[in-house]
Design a protein around this ligand. Structure first.
Ligand code: AMP
Ligand code: MG
Length: 329
C-alpha cells in the first residue's frame, strides 16, 4: 500500500473516531430529554465537543496546518452559555481528564484557520437535524491541497453497517485517500473493506438519494429530474454526508442537491462536501456541481464557483448532467 498521506489518514481516522464516541454518548444521554423539548442543547454540546476533540488531535499532529471548521467559541464563551460549556467540558473530559473550559474554547478556535495551499475542512456534526431526530448524521473531515481533496474521513455513527438475522448493526467509518481507494470500517476503525460504487448503467434502475430537508434542496426539481431519467422508485431521503457513503458503497447511484427555491443563492460549504466527494470518487464515482463543473475548494468557506451538487456512480453522470441541463434556472 502507498505510504503517501499515511500519517494524515491515521490522524484523521483517530480524530473522527474520538469525536464519534463523544457524539454517541451525548445522543444517548441528552437526546431523550431535549429532543422532545426541541431545544438544541444536545447538538450544540456535540458540535462544540466534536470540534474541540478533532482540532486538538489534528493540531498536535500537524501544528502548521490550518483547520477551517464550522464552529467557533464566540457564543459558547458568553456567560449565558456557561451551562453548555460545562457540559462540553464534561464530555471532552471523558477522554481528556483535567481539561479546563478555557482550554476547550482554545481547541475549538484552532478551527478558525484560513483557506491556504493545504488545509483541513471540518464539519463536527453534519446533518444537525438528523442528529436531533436520532437519524443519520456525520462527522466529516477532509484534507485539501491545491484545491483538491486528498484525504477524507467520514464517521456515520447511525448508518447501517450490516444485518445479521434481521438485527442491524450501526456505525460506519468511511476513509478515502486520493489514488488509494475507499474503505468502510466499523465505527471503531476495525473490519475494513474496500467499497465500490454500483455498476449500474441504466438510469431507470437507479436509486436516487437527496436531503430530508426541503429547505436544503429543491425536491420538486429533483422529482422532475427523476421523471426525465425514467426513475419511478421513490427517492432515499437521508440527512448528512451519509448520502455519499451510501453512494460509495453502491446502494444508491445518484445524489443530487439543487438549491431550494427558498434560498436560490445558497452556495455549498466546503465541509459539507470535502470528505463525501473524495469518498465517492475513490469508490469509482464522480462528483461535480449541477452544471457538470469540478468542485472548486480554493475560494473560501463556500463553493462560490459552483452551483448545487451531482454525485453519481460515474456511469450515470452524463445522463444526469444532460437531463438536469434543461431543468435548471
Ligand atoms: P443535509 O443533511 O443533506 O440536509 O445537509 C446538511 C447541511 O446542509 C448542513 O451541514 C448545512 O451546512 C447545509 N445547509 C444549510 N442551509 C442550507 C440551504 N439553504 N441549502 C442547502 N444546504 C444547506
Ligand atoms: Mg454540515
Amino acid at each position: 500500500m502507498s505510504t503517501l498521506y499515511q500519517q494524515e489518514r491515521e490522524t484523521a481516522i483517530r480524530a473522527v473516531i474520538a469525536a464519534s464516541g463523544l457524539t454517541r454518548s451525548i445522543q444517548k444521554d441528552l437526546a431523550g430529554r431535549s429532543i422532545q423539548k426541541e431545544d438544541r442543547t444536545p447538538v450544540t454540546v456535540a458540535d462544540y465537543g466534536s470540534q474541540a476533540v478533532i482540532c486538538k488531535i489534528l493540531n498536535d499532529a500537524f501544528p502548521d496546518d490550518p483547520i477551517v471548521a464550522e464552529e467557533d467559541s464566540g457564543e459558547l464563551s458568553k456567560p449565558e452559555h456557561a451551562e453548555i460549556l460545562t457540559q462540553v467540558t464534561h464530555y471532552v473530559g471523558i477522554s481528556s481528564p483535567r481539561v479546563s473550559s478555557g482550554e476547550i474554547c482554545q481547541w475549538i478556535d484552532l478551527g478558525s484557520g484560513s483557506i491556504s495551499r493545504r488545509y483541513w475542512a471540518l464539519d463536527p456534526i453534519d446533518g444537525t437535524k438528523g442528529f436531533l431526530r436520532g437519524d443519520q448524521y456525520a462527522i466529516a473531515l477532509a484534507l485539501i491541497e491545491e484545491g483538491t481533496v486528498k484525504v477524507g474521513a467520514l464517521a456515520c455513527p447511525n448508518i447501517i453497517l450490516n444485518t445479521h438475522g434481521g438485527r442491524k448493526s450501526r456505525g460506519g467509518l468511511f476513509v478515502a485517500v486520493r489514488g488509494q481507494g475507499a474503505v468502510q470500517f466499523d465505527i471503531g476503525g476495525n473490519s475494513g473493506r474496500k467499497i465500490l460504487v454500483s455498476n449500474l448503467h441504466s438510469p431507470p434502475q437507479a436509486l436516487f438519494t437527496e436531503s430530508v430537508e426541503s429547505a436544503h434542496a429543491d425536491h420538486r426539481l429533483h422529482r422532475e429530474l427523476a421523471k426525465k431519467l425514467g426513475i419511478s422508485r421513490p427517492p432515499l431521503m437521508m440527512d448528512s454526508q451519509a448520502k455519499y457513503a451510501i453512494l460509495a458503497r453502491g446502494e444508491a447511484s445518484i445524489y443530487v442537491r439543487i438549491p431550494s427555491p427558498q434560498t436560490p443563492d445558497y452556495r455549498e460549504k466546503i465541509w459539507d462536501h470535502g470528505a463525501g466527494s473524495i469518498l465517492v470518487e475513490e469508490a469509482g464515482g464522480k462528483v461535480t456541481d449541477a452544471r457538470g463543473r469540478a468542485l472548486d475548494f480554493t475560494c473560501g468557506k463556500r463553493l462560490e464557483n459552483n452551483y448545487g451538487i451531482i454525485a453519481t456512480n460515474g456511469w450515470l453522470h452524463g445522463d444526469v448532467v444532460n437531463a438536469l441541463g434543461s431543468l435548471l434556472p
